[in-house]
Write a protein that binds this ligand. Structure first.
Ligand code: 5GP
Length: 175
């Protein structure tokens, strides 16, 4: 493993505070609605787990998994669903939860497929956003942090399947 997490970009306390704020907004916005929180595996699992435990509403959770970067840090632009939803989302209020939006290609693809199933609404919640890397126009309604175009790991995000368990977001650095 040549690259390793270096400096901390977003620490535990900062993550905690921001996840709280997002959960409060979601709780207000989805009152009396029919919420399904859909996590994109694997990267969103830590963020989603922290988020849903603070949303003070009835909700259901489901996951989709897509093929990702593999062992590389460059976006291939190739996205494929490898695990579909178990729930029927027709007529439901879907909140799609993603770890990070980079080019936006992954979310654009998943959102397009899920919209074909005619949910009542579909919004996006992403912990991290790299605005400078965007290639397609997508609206991230609930965004944790805008970050510079660095490759980050931790809090669910991996490098070659490592470092997802770190309780902070760190910058990957060459060893
Ligand atoms: P996009 O399709 O928006 O270019 O990329 C989204 C996906 O790429 C994310 O779900 C994540 O899997 C991966 N990705 C993008 N930037 C990073 C990063 O800085 N760190 C890690 N670990 N994954 C990233």
């Amino acid at each position: 493993m040549k690259a390793k997490p270096g400096r901390v970009l977003i620490g535990r306390r900062e993550l905690d505070r921001r996840v709280d704020e997002l959960a409060r907004r979601i709780t207000e916005d989805y009152r009396d609605r029919d919420l399904v929180v859909v996590g994109i595996l694997k990267g969103a699992f830590v963020f989603l787990a922290d988020l849903v435990r603070r949303v003070d509403l009835p909700l259901e959770v489901d996951f989709v998994a897509v093929s990702s970067y593999g062992k590389d840090t460059e976006s291939s632009g190739v996205v494929r669903i490898i695990k579909d939803l178990d729930l029927d989302i027709r007529g439901r209020d879907v909140l799609l939860v993603e770890d990070i939006v980079d080019t936006g290609l992954t979310l654009q693809y998943i959102a397009r497929i899920l919209r074909q199933r005619e949910p009542a609404s579909l919004e996006i919640c992403a912990l991290l956003n790299k605005p400078e890397a965007r290639k397609v126009d997508i609206e991230v309604k609930y965004c944790g942090f805008d970050i510079p175009p660095l490759f980050v790991v931790g809090y669910g995000l991996d490098y070659a399947e490592h470092y997802r368990h770190l309780p902070y977001v760190g910058v990957l650095e060459e060893a």
